[in-house]
Design a protein around this ligand. Sequence first.
Ligand code: AHR
Length: 499
Amino acid sequence: AVATITLDRAFRVGPVDRRLFGTFVEHMGRCVYTGIYEPDHPTADAGGFRGDVAALVRELGPTVVRYPGGNFVSGYRWEDGIGPQADRPRRLDLAWKAIETNAVGVDEFTAWCRTVGMDPIMAVNLGTRGVQEAVDLLEYCNHPEGTALSDLRRAHGAKEPHDIKVWCLGNELDGPWQVGHKTADEYGRLAAETARAMRMVDPGIELVACGSSNSRMPTFGAWEATTLEHCYDLVDYVSLHTYYDPLPTDLPTFLASSVDLDRMIDAVVATADAVGARLKSRRRLRLSVDEWNVWHQSRFEGQDARTYGDEPALIEDVYDVADAVVVGSLLITLLRHADRVGIACQAQLVNVIAPILTQAGGGAWTQTIFHPFAQAARWARGEVLLVQPSVESYESALHGDVPLLDATATYDEETGEVTVLCANRSTDEATELRADLRGLGGSCRVVEATVLSDDDVRATNTEQQPDRVIPRTLPDVTVDGGQLRAQLPPVSWAVIRLT
Ligand code: AHR
């Protein structure tokens, strides 16, 4: 197949918010304990955080990190995680049937974030708790000094406020699995009153209201409409969560997963804007896609039927080439909606459906899905250009007509660099990319062209072979007479950088 795109600096979607390259750390499975934190590990720093993992996180390059859950947060008492570690209580974590030791809490986590170059996004518990506890946590974190809670933080060693800008008002409260699950009216009221009080503590914060847990929820759309009727003028973002499972479907359908995200984003934007219009509000909410990823969910069925125990391994997905291509196309979709999507967090960071895996007491290595994220976070900067591939489509079982090529591009005015990001969804043939570069002005040259693909779409990385699947040089990329040509292998993710 041949895919043509036109790149023109004049046609832009919007600026790339750096918070699109966010990640997520939940107290779940081995994400925190033996993931980022393991005091006995040979590489651990003075605070007990693994140095080998921190180095890989820096290489991945996430800008923000949502914390501490997830389903976990809906039963969490943040006060358990502050003060001398020896005094911290062990608690039942109802969400994941685990024992939470509270060895890591908000002070340690925030300090760690700064060392790896990320800003924390904090979620408050609106499952079993409410306005007062959310306000207390905010005061503890962000108030400079001179109150009981801010002075307590200082006494615990954090002299400066944590200065956490973005706060999530609960997690997936539309889901019956959520501890403290609520109706849309109940949640909308609680979110509104929590937001109002939190803004009284710190008017500089930004707030995220819970949207739907996925687009298949029976309440999808209605949930957003009802909850936002209550809290529209008090929040800045509405969240959406989405995971894609390759197992119940065929490969071409799985490769089309980003079509679902695309439609979900359009639907939430339309719903939020409709509420705004009804309320005669001038504000326009943005979206926070604060949980997204590939998750082989059906492989882990029954894991929640466990009994309580320390540090259980949960949903430690091993990702292959096809998974990486889908992650790439989900990143493309997020960028294509840069005008309305301001935050996105890939779930999660380490071990739990994650780009980084660890052995307790052993090594840390990167999965296939690490690479599209790292490349996009590093190179997709500036403004997103409007890119509309003209290419053949195929019929997929779940998503209808799907173009064989997914693509977007960014233009960085400061460096003059253009980055083209593409996913070839064809399972059996190369797609020839032809990009008209005349709208970029002057003569363009290729700085770097890489591709992630493999003869075996099921190939994975392992501790012994962490570089089995990585981006490699894409050969024979030419620019001639203002046209770029490249051959994109089947089931591949490519990044072409131009200047
Ligand atoms: O990321 C794993 C879980 O998926 C989160 O705890 C929850 O919010 C979602 O359902």
